[in-house]
Design a protein around this ligand. Structure first.
Ligand code: NAD
Ligand code: USQ
Length: 396
């Protein structure tokens, strides 16, 4: 297939582009490199040294003989160029990673909220309307988030996207299937909830074929392809805005920094290893909906863990200390989480679960590049409300 990977320079997009290229697909990366600019804005860098996207593509060709095409394009701001590109290239499938994805970054200030909403909602909507306009029947696979469901403590299993309900009508009870009610916990997660409505509309109105993957927190760094050459290494975020919890704990353990648990650490979240994330996308591509189908929704996660359990496990493994800090976020201090993920399992996913070997591998990567870590960028300082901000700043 000819596949466009939007956001293919990012943490999930790069290994996906390599995986699909390795599987003999013709891969086109589209990215505006905004993530690299945000590193500059925040004064941080990936733990792992990343070459330019052009250099990464050159090394991939040198190692495998396969070509990765790169196009510098802003999906949110360059609608005409996007439409022309689609019209000229007519991809069979499009994988959409190209959004501002950090919850803390989206809550930093009013400017960051505005940027995140404008960038994410415009990128998704521009893509959808350009597909309609050009009449291209590509299968669109979007990387969404488990966070759209919210983390209430009800404890009932979270279905894959849709909820069956019964409503009272004058002629008795009627069964109905609705999108699971969304309850985002940050401006970023809110944009993913808005994306869901955009997808629902364009599938029903124009017959677009869309799959939305509600992905959990991705951990790890290597995949089979990124291991092939040092310059193909994946990015790895550790800072307080972009670093995700398990990867942060692993680098903190490597540099002897107390593991930064927010609050009691009673938050339970869904996780998936980067290698499985890449594999799930390939599986989703092989199971495309037909025109006229509702949006196909998968829960892309393999296990759930409580944050404090992860911290204690890594502390036990590495001897790191655990620090329980005031929580900069507004979120339930404790929640249970049961998630259905039968669809990927039935398509043949064989989940990679947290294993000491793999955790140790990440700590090794962190130790190798520890000299690149700026300890002052480790604390998570972006506060969800002004009141919470005052409390977090007072913490010694
Ligand atoms: P990332 O920030 O590393 O990559 C996103 C890429 O998209 C970057 O290279 C960025 O430059 C590009 N981009 C952003 N806006 C763009 C625009 N307007 N035009 C063109 N390119 C643009 O993020 P990631 O961790 O790879 O996440 C990718 C997707 O997966 C996101 O949509 C995110 O919501 C979702 N996701 C990520 C995780 C995770 O743990 N990393 C978990 C669940 C879901
Ligand atoms: N947390 C800590 N200590 C830290 C960092 C985080 O205790 O040092 C806690 C947070 O308070 C939160 C949980 O860990 O309760 C998860 O935080 P996170 O930063 O790992 O994940 P999140 O903000 O939810 O966002 C990440 C990705 C996002 C993706 C989402 C999937 O950045 O793109 O959508 O995971 S999910 O969480 O399933 O919605």
């Amino acid at each position: 297939m000819k596949i466009a990977v939007l956001g293919g320079d990012g943490f999930c997009g790069w290994p996906t582009a390599l995986h699909l290229s390795n599987a003999d697909h013709e891969v086109h990366i589209i990215d505006n490199l905004s993530r690299r600019w945000i590193d500059t804005e925040l004064g941080v860098q990936s733990l792992t040294p990343m070459d330019s996207i052009q250099e990464r593509c050159r090394i991939w060709k040198q190692e495998t003989g396969r070509v990765l095409h790169f196009h510098l394009l802003d999906l949110a701001k360059e609608y005409e160029r996007l439409r022309q590109w689609l019209d000229a290239e007519k991809p069979d499938a499009i994988i959409h990673f190209a959004e501002q994805r950090a919850a803390p970054y989206s809550m930093k200030s009013d400017r960051h909220k505005v940027y995140t909403v404008n960038n994410n909602v415009s990128a998704t909507h521009n893509l959808l309307t350009a597909l309609v306009e050009t009449g291209i029947d590509a299968h669109l696979v979007h990387l969404g988030t488990m966070g759209v469901y919210g983390y209430s403590s009800v404890g009932a299993p979270i279905p894959e996207g849709y909820l069956e309900i019964e409503i009272d009508t004058p002629s008795g009870k009627q069964a109905q299937e609705i999108l699971y009610p969304t309850r985002p916990g940050s401006v970023y997660h809110m944009t993913k909830s808005l994306d869901q409505i955009l997808f629902q509309f364009y599938a029903q109105n124009d017959g677009l074929r869309i799959t939305d993957l509600h992905q959990g927190i991705v951990w790890g760094t290597h995949t089979d392809q990124t291991r092939r050459h040092p310059q193909l290494i994946n990015r790895f975020d550790y800072d307080g805005d972009y670093g995700t919890v398990l990867n942060r704990f692993l680098i903190q353990a490597a540099i002897d920094y107390p593991l930064t648990v927010h609050g009691t650490g009673g938050q339970t979240r869904a996780f998936i290893h980067i290698q499985d994330s890449v594999r799930c996308i390939e599986l989703a591509l092989s199971d495309a909906p037909e025109a006229g189908d509702r949006v196909k929704i998968f829960n892309q996660m393999t296990e759930t863990h409580r944050v404090r359990d992860l911290a204690e496990m890594i502390a036990g493994m590495t001897g790191a200390r655990v620090a329980y800090l005031p929580n900069p976020r507004k979120e339930a201090p404790e929640n249970d989480l049961v998630v259905k993920n039968e669809q990927f399992l039935s398509l043949g996913l064989n989940p990679t679960t947290l294993q000491e070997g793999l955790l140790e591998e990440v700590v090794e990567v962190a130790r190798k590049f520890a000299h690149r870590i700026d300890r002052s960028r480790v604390p998570a300082l972006s506060a969800w409300t002004k009141t919470i901000g005052a409390r977090v700043e007072k913490d010694p």
